[in-house]
Ligand binder design. Sequence first.
Ligand SMILES: [Zn+2]
Length: 156
Amino acid sequence: MRAFEKCYKNKVPIYIVWGTRSDDQQELLYRCGRTIPGIIQTTHRAGYSAHNYGLALDFCLLFNTEILSWEEVYPRKYWRQKWLRAVMLFEEEGWSSKWRGSNFEPGHLENLMGKDIFEYMQEAKIKNNKRDEQTDNRNSGVQDLGKQSQDQNLLI
Ligand SMILES: [Zn+2]
C-alpha cells in the first residue's frame, strides 16, 4: 500500500486499528448506542460503509508501544501534526478522509477507487441474490422431498 509506505518514509507512525468489517460486525457496531448501551460508533448500517468492502481503514498513531487515538493526540501539537500529515499523505494517494462534511471521523480513510459506494452496494446485492437463488433452489428441493414423504404417509 503506497500511502502506508509514504507515511513511514515521512516518519508518521500510522497504526491501522480497523480495516475490513463484515456485515455482521458493521450491524453490531451500528447497534452500539442505539439498541446496545454505549456511545454511537457509526452512522452506517451494514453494507453502507466502505469498511464492508475492504476499502476503508481507521488509524491511530503508534508511539513506542502506545496506541494514540485522536482524543489523545489532539492536545499534543507534535502528534496532532503527525496525524494531519497522515491524512494528507493518504489524500495525495487518492484516499478520502472524513474531515469535511457532517460525518467527522478523524481516523477514517477510504478509497473507493473512483466508484460510488452505491455501486458497491449494488454489486454486493447481485452477488447475494445469486447466492439466495441457489439456496432457494436447494430448499425447494428439500421441500419437495418433504412433501413426497408426507404424501406417502397419507397413502399409508
Ligand atoms: Zn472508519
